[in-house]
Each structure stands twice: as C-alpha cells, then as structure tokens.
Design a binder for this molecule. Structure first.
Ligand code: IFM
Length: 442
C-alpha cells in the first residue's frame, strides 16, 4: 500500500548547534553551559565534548550540499546564542552572526526552507553565572536575542521556534542534573520550567514586533502515557503521568494555566508565577513542533519496562509507532492547536560500516517508515500535520551520552569527518522524491 502525502508536505531533517557545530571557542564565540558541563570530568558517558562534534561550523557548505542531494525540502537547526552574543547580551560577535547568515543564504539557494530554533539548550555561561533561567532578567535577554536574530535573518527565515523541549532543559538540566547546568534541585527545576515559558512568551512578542510576517512556534517533546491495563488504577496513573509531564507545557502554552495535577504535586513549592505571566505565555502561535520518540507504559505500580516482546532502541526507548498517531489525536482533541510539524523523530541504533563501505540500517529505516505511516493515518483522522523532520541529519553529540548514540541518516566518521549516507538516508531521499511511503519492503 502507498501512503501519499499532501503536495506541499515539508520533508526535512533536524540538528542542533551544540550537537554538530564544534568550533566551541572559534571566532569570538562565548562559552555555553554545555561547553562548561562537557568540560567537567565525569559528566559525559564517553568523556567527550562538543568541541569539534561534526565540525559543521567549517563544513556547512558540504552539509548543505548533502541536504540538497537528499532532496530535503526543509532543514531544522538551532542558533547558538553565545556564538552571536558571547556574554548573552551586549557585545555582538559579527562573525557568529555571519555564520548563520551564510548558512541561511546557502539553504535558500538550495531551495531548502530554513526552520530555525533560537534555543536548543546552549545558554551562554555568562548568563548561567547570573542564575541562569531562574533569573527573570535572562528571559528578557532571550527576547532581545530573538529580536536581534529575526531582524537579521527574518527576511529569509520564515519559521522561528523559541525553545526546543523546555521539559528537557528544565528537568534533565536542573532536577536530574544529567544535562547542563547539572543542578539537582526541584525548586530550581520548576522555576526554570516556568521562566522558560515566560521567555517563550516574551520572545514570541519580540519576534512579532520585529517582523510581523514570520511564523512563531515552540517545540515540545511529547510521549504518550499509555495505561498498562484497563484497570481504573492504571488508567488514573497514566493520566496523572500525562498531566504532570506533557500537559504541564501544553496547558501553559495553549490554555494559559498549569494543570491542577502540578499544583497537587508541588503544593507550596510551586514556582513564582507573577501576575500577567500566564497571559504572556499563551500567545497565539503559528505552529507547534512535536518531537516524538517513544511512549511510556504506565501502571499504578510503576512503568512497565521492558515491555514484553517490544523492540528497543539504543537509548532504551521502546519502538511504538502507533503511539504517535494516538498522541497526535489526543493533542488535537484536547487543545486548539495551530498546524503541527513533527520536528523530531528518529532512532539510535548500533550501526556498522559494511565491507562495501555502506551502512545498512534496516531498523532505523523501518522505524522511520512506520512513524511516517502513523503520521499519515493521523492526518487522515483529521490532524493538521504539515511537515516532518527526521532526527537527525547527521550522527552527532548526543548530550550526556557523547558520541555513543548514533541517530543520523548520515554517518559521521568522527576521525575523518567523512559523511556517508546510510541506507535509511537513501531511502528517505526516495520517500521525499515520491512524496509517498510504500508499506512493506523498501
Ligand atoms: O538529540 C536529542 C535532541 O537534541 C533533542 N531531542 C531528542 C534527541 C535525541 O535524544
């Protein structure tokens, strides 16, 4: 069976600045919290850093040529705040801004729609030193940075995402301490979560004030919480997990309040919410990005893990494509949403380079194929999905896991920086060319 997509469906691939750029201190770039964190011994699984990563800062021309060869219609990337504003505010580094300017020009010349994210976790360290996202001044600094970027690039970049995955920035970084800045404090984490929302609202306003003609949105990472059984206890546990996790950000952005389950959880430890904050947070958006990887199977006794018989990726995440269709239908039912883009979806598997020099990665190919199909089915259910970005264009620095997890549809040899398109990448190019996915064999 063939699943054909609408003619203007935006097929793309995604990356993020710290994960691919390298050049961590080149051309006047300031230190980010991820530079500081990865340079701290013991923080990254394989003791690596993003100092060089995929050397994209120097190889961007080659990378855009690769995107063109794959036929990508869009490229989602993030800009590094400290590359442009080394201290987060004040002195501008023109070489940093020029880098993004040239990248955007090259994308436009290649007919690839730039889809820009302003914050994919690399906060300037200078701002962390002022309290990071717990400090409301940082929210205003972010809005100023957003305005600066949109003034320079808004004539060519239509899509402006404020934040990538605020949940991960807030909780992995400030509750679990597994991401930069490595804090483990629930009070800090929830204040960061709220302040990220405030910064989102301020940035949307700043982007619109600078250029009313661009599209503004946010990207959320969403997992379904599927009940382990139909028992009332499991159903309630699954719903509670959804309310405390996903609904925390969805309700704030699209309804203008936090779920009561979050108030129940935190009680007197709720973050400081100033008058007017919730109205600020719930700005009309032009799109919402959904990053989807897996689901949680939730029971009253805890999560079911591993799920018997299920397949898992190298991240330890269950492969469950039908959950994506359920997720899209649920958010479509519960919220008045703008158009949706799947802004990330993909899988880390152990890749091997075969004797023929190729990377045969059937599991990644199948993963993508099944998620494309589930998305198309959700669209037929009535969900307005406009595009899809595979995570990731390139193998890259997978945060606390370093280079040990490979998500790319293009392999990166970190010794030589050679790029080799994997089978999944070649297949994706065919999907884009056909604007359709064939069920069954590739
Ligand atoms: O690599 C990350 C990305 O930066 C944000 N979303 C999830 C990906 C895989 O973990």
């Amino acid at each position: 069976m063939t699943h054909t997509f609408p003619h203007n469906f935006l097929w793309g691939a995604a990356t993020a600045s710290y994960q691919i750029e390298g050049a961590w201190d080149a051309d006047g770039k300031g230190e980010s919290i991820w530079d500081r964190f990865s340079h701290t011994p013991g923080k990254i699984e394989d003791n690596s850093t993003g100092d060089v990563a995929c050397d994209h800062y120097r190889r961007w021309r080659e990378d855009v040529a690769l995107m063109r060869r794959l036929g990508l219609k869009a490229y989602r990337f993030s800009t590094s705040w400290p590359r442009v504003l080394p201290c987060g505010r004040g002195r501008l580094e023109p070489r940093g801004l020029d880098f993004y300017d040239h990248l955007v020009d090259a994308l436009c010349a290649a007919n690839i729609e730039p889809f820009l994210t302003l914050y994919h976790w690399d906060l300037p360290q200078a701002l962390q030193d002022e309290g990071g996202w717990t400090n409301r001044d940082v929210c205003h600094a972010f809005a100023d940075y957003a305005a600066l970027m949109v003034k320079r690039l808004g004539d060519r970049v239509r899509y402006w995402t404020t934040f990538n995955e605020p949940a991960v920035a807030a909780f992995d970084g400030n509750l679990m301490g597994e991401h930069a800045p490595g804090i483990q404090d629930p009070r800090v984490a929830y204040q960061v979560a709220h302040n990220l929302m405030v910064a989102h609202g301020l940035a949307v306003q700043a982007v619109r004030a600078a250029r009313p003609d661009v599209d503004a949105g946010i990207v959320l990472n969403l997992w379904t919480s599927d009940p382990a059984s139909d028992s009332p206890a499991d159903l309630a546990a699954a719903e509670l997990a959804w309310q405390r996790g996903e609904a925390l950000f969805l309700d704030a952005v699209f309804k203008g309040y936090y779920p009561s389950a979050v108030y129940d959880l935190l009680g007197g430890a709720m973050p400081e919410i100033r008058s007017g904050d919730m109205a600020l947070i719930t700005q009309e958006l032009d799109y919402v990005g959904v990053n989807f990887y897996s689901r949680n199977l939730v029971g009253a006794e805890g999560n079911v893990n591993p799920v018997p018989g299920a397949e898992y990726t190298e991240m330890g995440w269950e492969v469950c494509a039908p959950a994506l269709r359920r997720l899209l239908n649920r958010i479509n039912r519960d919220y008045r949403l703008p158009p949706i883009y799947i802004t990330e979806n993909g899988a880390a598997f152990k890749d091997e380079v075969s004797a023929d020099g190729k990377i045969h990665d059937p599991r990644r190919l199948d993963y993508l194929k099944n998620h494309f199909i589930q998305t198309r089915l959700a669209m037929q259910d009535g969900v307005d999905v406009r595009g899809y970005f595979v995570w990731s264009l390139l193998d890259n620095f997978e945060w606390g896991h370093g280079y040990s997890k490979r998500f790319g549809i293009v392999r990166v040899n970190y010794e030589t920086q050679e790029r080799v398109v994997k089978d999944s990448g070649e297949w994706y190019a065919r999907v884009i060319a056909a604007n359709a996915v064939e069920e069954g064999q590739p």
